[in-house]
Write a protein that binds this ligand. Structure first.
Ligand SMILES: CC(C)(COP(=O)(O)OP(=O)(O)OC[C@H]1O[C@@H](n2cnc3c(N)ncnc32)[C@H](O)[C@@H]1OP(=O)(O)O)[C@@H](O)C(=O)NCCC(=O)NCCS
Length: 174
């Protein structure tokens, strides 16, 4: 069945409206680190539910369900509204702080890589904020190449922050 990939007790499934709270909590943990996203938080439940409901077919969200607990989530979204970039998706992976370093992020990114071609994507792009060693290691470990670094791309907590762009072509040999 689409979106169901059993891995021991950890099951990847499509996010449902009832997952919005857990997704938001994991996202808020990441916001607090200041190296995962430029977003400010915390987000309220209604906002997170609206975000989830607004995702189209080509912007799916998956969760990693560990015996009923959502411990990670991942998403794809079109890179651009321009049709000639139709095959390019931006990915995001967020793992609950308590289970980071146990393979959940890798499992989710592998799932995105496996699923993206079926959604018409030929490339995944990631935006890794300065100081996010885990985010960069995750991408590198899956064969992403570093495109380059946007300098002073964001302004957070009174400081300019760089963003490194990574990409993985899903069709061309790398
Ligand atoms: C980045 C993140 C998703 C990684 O998930 P994770 O479950 O902790 O990672 P895994 O256990 O699957 O490990 C994946 C790889 O990252 C490496 N890694 C994990 N944590 C690391 C750290 N703190 N420093 C350096 N490398 C790290 C692992 O060694 C592993 O390498 P390998 O693939 O070469 O074996 C997680 O730290 C997270 O949710 N961070 C906040 C959100 C974020 O920054 N997302 C990335 C941008 S979209």
């Amino acid at each position: 069945m689409l979106g169901l990939v059993p891995t021991r007790q950890r099951l990847i499934r499509r996010a449902e409206p009832g997952d919005a709270g857990a997704i938001g909590s994991i996202y808020d943990e990441a916001i607090a680190t200041r190296v995962a996203t430029f977003a400010a938080g915390p987000h309220d439940q209604a906002e997170r539910m609206a975000w989830l409901a607004a995702r189209g077919d080509r912007a799916p969200v998956w969760v990693l369900d560990a015996s009923g607990d959502v411990i990670a989530w991942a998403a794809l979204a079109p890179f651009s509204h321009r049709e000639w970039y139709d095959g390019v998706a931006e990915y995001t992976v967020y793992v609950s702080a308590g289970v980071q370093g146990t393979g959940a992020g890798g499992q989710m990114l592998d799932h995105l890589i496996d699923t993206a071609p079926g959604l018409g994507y030929w490339k995944l792009v990631g935006m890794i904020l300065e100081g996010n060693a885990a985010g960069l290691a995750l991408a590198r470990g899956r064969g992403f190449r570093e495109v380059g670094t946007h300098h002073a791309h964001g302004h957070v907590d009174g400081a300019w922050r760089d963003v490194t762009v990574v990409e993985l072509h899903l069709e061309k040999s790398r």
